[in-house]
Design a protein around this ligand. Structure first.
Ligand code: AHR
Length: 619
C-alpha cells in the first residue's frame, strides 16, 4: 500500500483554528465533584429541596439523639437559597449530659471523599449564627479517623449571621477525608453555605489543577459548555439558567439537574465557564436553553423572556463594565469583556414543536444586537440545506466503531457554501467502546481524519463526554476518568492528542493507493511551531487486524528539506483492540513515540494491526 503526499502549495486547504476543541457538560459529576474544586457536597444544605424538613445528604450527624438534634429551617440570610441547618446541642462539656470527647455535630464526606494532601492549604468559609457564644471545632479527618488539620471557631457574638473564614493546613494525606464541624457546648447553632476549597486551584480560579491540565494539554480551539442535555433539562424548571449561577457563590440557589440526576451548587456557573475558556485559550461556545426541554416547551408567542435572557447572557460576557450585566461580571473580578463569538440555540432540539419558531426569534434578536456573533442551529444541514438562517449547524454521532469509522466520509458531499458543520458530540458508544477501548479510539481517529479532510465543510468537532467521576458513571465512555485524587485518559483522550497541531494548519493532499478492505485512512498537514520551524505530520489509522507495509512518498518538497533530527513516529495501539486504561494501569493504551532514523521522501513504515500512527517530520 502506498500513501502519496503532495507537500507543494497546490490543492491545499486551510484548517480552521477552531476545528478541534472540547465539549464540557455537567454530566457524570464532571464539574461538581470534578473540575470545580469545591470539596463540600451540598454546601448550602439546599440539595434536599426548598421545603422543610429538607434532606441534608450527604451531610451526616455525629452524635446521638440525646446529644443533639439536627433540623433544617428556612432562615438563611440569603434570599435565593433559604435553607439553613439548625443544630440543637443538648449535651455540654460539663454537667449530667456530657458530650463525647470529640464533640457532636455534622460532617461532610465531599464527593465520594475529599482529597486532602499533606502540606497543602484549604480555605474554609461558612456562615454561622447562634443565640450565645460558639466554640466549634473544624477538622479534616482521614478515612481511618486521623486528624489531618484542625482549627477552632470561637465567637462571642454571632447573633446575626456571621461569615467566618479560616485556612487549614494539612499535616497528612488521605483521598477519602471528610470535613467535621463539632462542638461540646450546649446551645443552638445555625450553619449555612459551608465551603472548603484547596487554595492551589488553577490561577486561583477554582479549577482542579490536574484535571484542568488534562484539558489544556489537548490545546482545544474552543470549549462548548455547559451541555448537552444539562442545558435542556427533563423539565424546563430544572434547566440550566445562567442568571441563577452568577454573582457571589453564597447567593446562588443551585439546582437539581434532572437529566443526569444530581444537585449542583452552581459554583461552576456562567462566569466560571467563560473564565475556563479564557484560561484554556479556547473560544467559548455558549449553549443556551431556547425554551425547550425534554418534556415541555415554551410556545414561540411566549418566548421573549427567554430571548432577553440570552441577550443578557451575552451582555454579561461581552458588555462593558458599565452595562447592566457587564457590571455584574466586572464585580466578579473580570472588568474586561470575555471573547464570546459563538452561541448555540439549544441542544438536540431540532424537530421539537417550537424549536424553529423559537430559534428564529433568538436568531433575529441576537443578530440585531450582536451582528458578529455566529449562531449554531440544532438542525443537521449535512445532507440538505437548512430551511432557516444559521452560521453553523450541529451534528452529533454516537454509534458503533464501524459506523463511526465509516462516517469519515459523512461530509464528503456536504455543501461547501452556507453554514458549516459543528460536530459538537462524537464518540463510539455501546459494546465496541466499553468504558473506553482502543477500538473506539481508532474509529474516532478515522472519523476525525475524515473531518480534517473536509475542513472546508466542517468548522468544529468535539468528543463527548469529556469527564467522568468514576463514582457516577452515568454515561460511558468518556475521555477523562477521575476520582477525588487520581485521573487517567481513555484511548479516546489520547487519540485527540494526534490532532493538537491541526488547528490553523494546512491540509495537504494525501492519497492512499490501494486500500485493502478500506481499512486505512490517512491525512497530512503542514504547520509551523512557535520557533517558526516547519513540520509535516502524516496520520494513518489501520482499522484492520493485519499489519500493513506502507510506502510513503512525499512529493513537492524543496530539495533536501527533510531532517532526521527531531523526526519521529508516534503510535497508539495495544495487544488487544478492546484494551482500556484504568487507575491500576493508566498507560496501557497511550501514544508511544520513537525516533525515525531513516527519513526521506520515500519511506517504508509498518503499521501495526489496529493502530493509529503519526509520522512527524521536520522540514
Ligand atoms: O454526551 C452525552 C449526551 O448525549 C448529551 O448531553 C446530549 O447532547 C447527547 O444526547
Amino acid at each position: 500500500v502506498s500513501l502519496v503526499i503532495n507537500a507543494s502549495e497546490t490543492s491545499t486547504k486551510y484548517i480552521p483554528k477552531t476545528l478541534f476543541g472540547v465539549f464540557f457538560e455537567e454530566i457524570n459529576h464532571a464539574g461538581a465533584g470534578g473540575l470545580w474544586a469545591e470539596l463540600v457536597n451540598n454546601r448550602g444544605f439546599e440539595a434536599g429541596g426548598p421545603n422543610t424538613p429538607s434532606n441534608i445528604a450527604p451531610w451526616s450527624v455525629i452524635g446521638n439523639e440525646s446529644s443533639l438534634i439536627i433540623s433544617t429551617e428556612r432562615s438563611s440570610r440569603f434570599d435565593r437559597n433559604k435553607i439553613a441547618l439548625r443544630m440543637d446541642v443538648l449535651c455540654n462539656h460539663e454537667g449530667s449530659n456530657t458530650c463525647p470527647p470529640g464533640g457532636v455535630g455534622i460532617y461532610n464526606p465531599g464527593f465520594w471523599g475529599m482529597n486532602i494532601e499533606q502540606g497543602k492549604t484549604y480555605k474554609l468559609v461558612l456562615y454561622a449564627r447562634s443565640l450565645g457564644p460558639i466554640n466549634v471545632s473544624v477538622s479534616l479527618t482521614g478515612s481511618t479517623g486521623s486528624t489531618l488539620a484542625t482549627a477552632n471557631i470561637v465567637e462571642s457574638d454571632v447573633s446575626n449571621w456571621t461569615k467566618i473564614e479560616l485556612t487549614l493546613q494539612a499535616k497528612g494525606t488521605d483521598a477519602n477525608s471528610k470535613l467535621q464541624l463539632t462542638t461540646t457546648r450546649k446551645g443552638v447553632v445555625w450553619f449555612d453555605q459551608v465551603s472548603l476549597m484547596p487554595t492551589d486551584t488553577y490561577k486561583g480560579h477554582g479549577f482542579r489543577k490536574d484535571l484542568f491540565e488534562m484539558v489544556k494539554n489537548l490545546k482545544p480551539g474552543f470549549i462548548r459548555f455547559p451541555g448537552g442535555c444539562f442545558v435542556e433539562g427533563e423539565w424546563l424548571r430544572n434547566a440550566f439558567r445562567w442568571k441563577e449561577t452568577v454573582g457571589p457563590w453564597e447567593e446562588r440557589p443551585g439546582h437539581f439537574g434532572d437529566v443526569w440526576h444530581y444537585w449542583t451548587d452552581d459554583g461552576l456557573g456562567h462566569f466560571e465557564f467563560l473564565q475556563l475558556a479564557e484560561d484554556l485559550e479556547a473560544e467559548p461556545i455558549w449553549v443556551f436553553n431556547n425554551g425547550v426541554s425534554h418534556n415541555d416547551e415554551v410556545d414561540t408567542s411566549s418566548i421573549q423572556p427567554f430571548v432577553q435572557e440570552a441577550l443578557d447572557g451575552i451582555e454579561f460576557a461581552r458588555g462593558d463594565a458599565k452595562s447592566k450585566w457587564g457590571s455584574v461580571r466586572a464585580a466578579m473580578g473580570h472588568p474586561e469583556p470575555f471573547d464570546l463569538k459563538y452561541v448555540a440555540v439549544g441542544n438536540e432540539d431540532c424537530g421539537k414543536k417550537y424549536y424553529l419558531g423559537n430559534y428564529l426569534e433568538f436568531y433575529s434578536a441576537i443578530q440585531r444586537e450582536y451582528p458578529d456573533i455566529k449562531l449554531i442551529s440544532n438542525c443537521d444541514g449535512s445532507s440538505r440545506p437548512l430551511d432557516h438562517p444559521a452560521h453553523i449547524y450541529d451534528y452529533h454521532i454516537y454509534s458503533s466503531a464501524n459506523n463511526v469509522f465509516a462516517a469519515a466520509q459523512k461530509f464528503d458531499r456536504a455543501s461547501r457554501t452556507g453554514p458549516k458543520a459543528f460536530v459538537s458530540e462524537y464518540a463510539v458508544h455501546g459494546s465496541d467502546a466499553g468504558t473506553g477501548s482502543l477500538l473506539a479510539a481508532l474509529a474516532e481517529a478515522g472519523f476525525l481524519i475524515g473531518l480534517e479532510k473536509n475542513c472546508d465543510a466542517v468548522e468544529m468537532a468535539s468528543y463527548a463526554p469529556l469527564f467522568v467521576n468514576t463514582n457516577d458513571r452515568t454515561w460511558n465512555p468518556d475521555a477523562i476518568v477521575f476520582d477525588s485524587s487520581q485521573m487517567y485518559g481513555t484511548p479516546s483522550y489520547w487519540m485527540q492528542h494526534f490532532f493538537k497541531e491541526s488547528n490553523g494548519a494546512t491540509l495537504l493532499n494525501a492519497t492512499l493507493q490501494s486500500n485493502p478492505s478500506n481499512s486505512l485512512i490517512a491525512s497530512a498537514i503542514s504547520w509551523k511551531d512557535t520557533d517558526n520551524k516547519n513540520h509535516l505530520k502524516i496520520k494513518v489509522v489501520n482499522f484492520g487486524s493485519s499489519s500493513v507495509a506502507l510506502q510513503l512518498s512525499i512529493q513537492g518538497l524543496e530539495v533536501n528539506s527533510l531532517q532526521s533530527f527531531g523526526s519521529k513516529k508516534i503510535e497508539l495501539t495495544s495487544a488487544d483492540v478492546m484494551d482500556e486504561n484504568s487507575f491500576q494501569v493508566p498507560n496501557k493504551v497511550v501514544p508511544v513515540s520513537s525516533e525515525l532514523d531513516d527519513v526521506g521522501e520515500e519511506m517504508d513504515v509498518v503499521l501495526s494491526p489496529h493502530s493509529f500512527t503519526s509520522i512527524d517530520l521536520l522540514i
